[in-house]
Design a protein around this ligand. Structure first.
Ligand code: EPU
Length: 426
């Protein structure tokens, strides 16, 4: 199967098109719900978005950028987490931004305090705009600032980048996220004419410029989708070639994959992931920010660990509530115990705070089919691969959540030989 551009880069690259004074072209764009949501948000802000039907490439022309009405904005409340990233670009173009309340996966509280603090550092003024949104203004323009993030948040770092590139003067952000998707965003901003350096120890410096041009950029491949299919291969005793998977962005994942007994072969065009036979081995693992083991890889891997011989321990340090999906695995026969203690050494913000963020998994346990309602994107994918490995038929509802981040996943499952059938529920 093929993976295309990363869900955690493409929508942000689309927002960056607002910063240019000429059209931008984004290539390798997957057909996922988050792209549709951002396309619609760009359109209500006056950006002309054209899709090349043959290639899927998007051309975005921001020359007609305008303020969207609150009615238009309201229709997007709860759709995704991307709207908050429109703030910097809209403040630069229009001096104001109206942002709907955010959606996204329910894997923790997911507050936006870091984002709002960042915007205040640049001189923005923030008001609540009724129950559905937030209104942000920049009465005196935006000025570069020295910012230290409380945590290397991906979204807050993107907020800094998308705001600083056209702010007056220099911005320095400490404790920034340096995920591959952030570095790809920096690459495309650099193509637009932005001045950005990534220093040592998570410090990024940006010198603001008056104007930026459009970009032409091929999005980096989706490493989280690649890792999801890799886990699917292990869970189902399978063998999957993921065209487009890039080794460079998966180092920590591949290391872990081999540790538990999975195998892979890297080619120039992708990676073949397979179960080489024999028992899977348990392991002790902590999720972390890049270059650590990414939180989005954790959920599908947990399903593989239910089939490993022995006890595995996972400490989730990025989101406080990312183990809720294991309830369904337990119903299917897995042995998973959740704990609020930190079962690991990475300093974590959730210890002693009643968040069940450590999991002990004992395997191997045969899985049996169940009725499952999908809770979130990665948890949902994990349920599906558990259902594929289970004896009997599972009935899964809420499947549309998976369209947020996995392109044509039903077709891909069918191509892999899964017996899946989609039914409309009245
Ligand atoms: N946080 C705050 N306040 C904020 C922002 C973040 O407390 O204002 C906390 C979060 O609650 C979380 C931690 O900081 O505990 C890290 O959050 P981060 O900002 O890094 O995450 P994000 O930008 O909201 C993106 C991805 C996630 C991915 C994380 C971590 C997108 C659209 N989402 O979220 O992807 O898990 O970075 O790498 O890029 C997914 O793909 O399934 C997914 C959830």
């Amino acid at each position: 199967m093929t993976v295309r551009g990363a869900k955690n880069l493409v929508p942000k690259a689309m927002v960056a098109a607002l910063l240019g004074d000429s059209p931008s072209v984004l290539r390798n764009v997957p057909e996922i719900k988050d792209v549709a949501v951002v396309t619609s948000l760009l359109k209500i802000h006056g950006v002309t978005v054209t899709k090349d039907e043959a290639t899927g490439d998007l051309t975005m022309d921001p020359s007609g950028t305008k303020t969207a009405t609150s009615n238009e904005i309201d229709t997007h409340a709860g759709d995704s987490r991307i709207p908050i990233l429109f703030c910097g670009p809209l403040l630069h173009s229009l001096g104001e931004a109206l942002i709907p309340n955010l959606g996204g996966c329910k894997i923790g509280d997911r507050p936006i305090d870091f984002h709002l603090d960042v915007l205040r550092h640049f001189g923005a003024v923030i008001d609540k705009a009724g129950p559905l949104g937030t209104s942000i203004r920049a009465p005196h323009g935006l000025t570069g600032a020295k910012i230290s993030l409380p945590y290397p948040s991906v979204g807050a770092t993107e907020q800094v980048l998308l705001t600083a590139v056209r702010a007056k003067g220099t911005t320095e952000v400490e404790n920034a996220a340096i995920e591959p998707e952030i570095l790809d965003l920096i690459s495309l901003l650099q193509k637009m004419g932005a001045i950005i350096t990534v220093g040592r120890d998570r410090v990024i410096r940006i010198i603001g410029v008056d104007r930026l041009n459009g970009y032409n950029h091929k999005a980096l491949p989706d490493r989280n989708e690649s890792a999801s299919w890799a886990s699917a291969a292990l869970v189902t005793n399978g063998d999957i070639y993921v065209e487009g998977a890039a080794q460079r962005d998966l180092t920590a994942f591949l290391h872990t994959y081999r540790q538990i007994g999975g195998e892979f072969e890297v080619t120039d065009g992708g990676i073949r992931f397979f179960h080489p036979g024999g028992e899977l081995k348990p392991l002790i693992l902590e999720t972390d920010v890049h270059p650590g083991f990414m939180t989005d890889w954790q959920q599908p891997l947990v399903v593989a660990l239910t089939q490993a011989s022995g006890v595995s321990i996972i400490h989730e340090t990025v989101y406080e509530n990312r183990f809720g999906f294991t309830n369904a695995l337990v119903e299917m026969g897995a042995k998973v115990q959740l704990h609020s203690e930190c079962l690991g050494a990475i300093p974590c913000r959730f210890g002693q705070r009643n968040f069940q963020h450590s999991a002990v998994i004992t395997g191997p346990t045969p899985l049996v089919g169940a009725d499952i309602d999908i809770p979130d994107l990665r948890g949902g994918f994990s349920h599906l691969i558990a259902a594929l490995a289970a004896e009997g038929t599972s009935r899964v509802t809420g499947i549309e959540l998976i369209n947020r981040g996995y392109e044509k996943f039903m077709d891909k499952l069918t191509d892999l030989g899964a017996r899946v059938e989609m039914n409309e529920i009245a």
